[in-house]
Write a protein that binds this ligand. Structure first.
Ligand code: PLP
Length: 463
């Protein structure tokens, strides 16, 4: 399996290169040269597989030359950190199905991909004899999942910048209590944007970037998308076993990463298995406007909401879907993305019919989010986190006559303040979060000064 860029400007690379590269050198995103498909005759056998074995079957369609035993070992280790035997259990809640993706070490769905990505990085670096310094900025959630993905790994150091005192206390503790020697937490005296700007400055210094082999761990990495395809197929197969031929998924979306994995799963499976993807957004609704009006354009500033992991302005994975809308024509994607960079707008109304076949969409308000947490709790004694509640609300609104699987992207205790507002009482912390306050922690507090942080990296980075 070879990988190409959505902008058509690189020679095809293999899976290992695609994973290590992250972003393609022409500025595009990496995609398989051809999407594989799964024969209908395989589905009966796959229905009985464990999560890990299904992951092995699916991932090996994409990993090319990697020996199957090596892939199997990486998958087994990645999911041994999960607290549920089914990894991503499916529950029936009222008329909906909830796919719980939060049983990993940081209690959010990003663990599903990042636990595996850490292993893939280490595996490739052991083969090449190289090293990597991962650097990233976080407003809360991604940082801890990334840190847990690579803690204690060989040949990798990770530096995560977060805004000092501006994440929730639990989010900060989830990062700073990881005291492995390869983990460096930096609390920046400033905002998330300040931290992000420093990371960008360091990445744009090409000499620095090459010397220190800077690596990113953001959601544009193909391996992250790929790891997420597995749970869509897993959930579909569970419902197929119960006699359903066709299902919808509802996905609370920010960067279009998770839902793009759903799109890949839809294309992979025989026609009609996954009928529709319901794209649920909060007030930051660029993607809903795209689905409903064909208008992909930036509207003002990012609006802070109860679902902060979806507070985005531009969806970094959207380009991958655009590539398929443009019939895999890289030069059209390139032109469109360049125009978007210049104007902040993209008129995609010509594709409206096609988009409506793949997606339905709904933007959910703050009040609706809180009301949904409350009503699902009152009616079914089940607690949703605010991100999941957005997907649930959208699903209830656009549901048709087939099962809808709602992706539960975070444990409700991670966003306890919003949940408490909805149900009027405190959310009980699961033991992994409750114990954080008593653990040893390590964190460097620094001014938001790129030169200082550059120095700190030079002192502590692998070289
Ligand atoms: C990251 C995140 C999302 C959004 O996922 P995308 O892949 O960016 O669409 C939704 N919910 C939670 C809890 C997240 O952490």
């Amino acid at each position: 399996m070879k990988y190409i860029s959505t902008r058509g400007g690189i020679a095809p690379v293999d899976f290992a290169q695609a994973v290590m590269m992250g972003l393609a050198r022409d500025g595009g995103l990496l995609l398989p040269e051809h999407l594989p498909t799964v024969e209908p005759t395989l589905l009966n056998a796959w229905q009985t597989l464990s999560y890990q074995h299904l992951a092995l079957e699916l991932l090996s369609l994409f990993t090319g030359e990697m020996p199957r035993a090596d892939l199997e070992d990486q998958i087994e280790r990645a999911y041994s950190t999960f607290r549920h035997p089914h990894i991503t259990p499916l529950r029936k809640v009222g008329e909906l199905y909830i796919l719980e993706l939060f049983h990993g070490p940081t209690l959010a769905f990003k663990d599903v991909a990042l636990q595996l990505l850490g292993n893939l990085f280490e595996y490739e670096l052991n083969k090449s004899g190289g090293f990597m310094n991962i650097i990233g900025a976080t407003s809360g959630d991604t940082g801890s999942a990334a840190i847990y993905g690579v803690r204690g790994r060989q040949r990798i150091n990770i530096f995560i910048l977060h805004p000092h005192g501006r994440t929730s206390p639990i989010q900060a503790l989830q990062m700073t209590t990881v005291t492995d020697a390869n983990v460096f937490n930096i609390a920046v005296r400033g905002t998330f944007d300040d931290a992000q700007a420093i990371v960008k400055t360091l990445f744009n210094d090409l000499e620095f970037r090459d010397t220190y082999q800077l690596g990113a761990i953001n959601s544009i990495n193909w391996a992250r998308v790929l790891a997420q395809v597995v749970y869509y197929v897993f959930a579909f197969l569970k419902l197929r076993k119960q006699g359903f031929a066709s299902v919808d998924f509802s996905v609370p979306t920010g960067n279009f990463g998770d839902i793009f994995a759903g799109y890949v799963a839809k294309r992979l499976l025989p026609e009609g298995c996954i009928k529709r993807l319901i794209l649920a957004t909060n007030a930051n609704d660029i993607l809903s406007r795209f689905v409903n009006q064909g208008d992909y354009s930036i509207a003002g500033e990012v609006i802070p909401t109860f679902s902060p992991s979806m507070d985005i302005q531009i969806a970094s994975n959207f380009e991958r879907y655009l590539y398929y809308l443009h019939q895999e024509n890289g030069s059209k994607v390139k032109a469109e993305m360049e125009q978007f960079a210049a104007t902040g707008r993209m008129d995609l109304s010509q594709f409206k019919e096609q988009v409506r076949r793949d997606f339905a969409s709904r933007s959910v308000s703050e009040q609706e989010t809180i009301d949904t947490i409350r009503s699902i709790y009152e009616e079914h004694n089940y607690l949703l986190d605010p991100h999941t509640a957005i997907g649930v609300r959208a699903a209830l609104d656009v549901k048709q006559d087939r099962p809808v699987v709602c992706l539960a992207t975070a444990h409700p205790a991670k966003f306890g303040a919003a949940v408490q507002k909805a149900i009027g009482k405190e959310v009980e912390l699961p033991p992994t979060l409750a114990q954080l306050a008593n653990m040893e922690s390590r964190c460097e507090v620094m001014d938001a000064d790129a030169a200082l942080i550059r120095e700190y990296l030079q002192t502590n980075a692998l070289l």
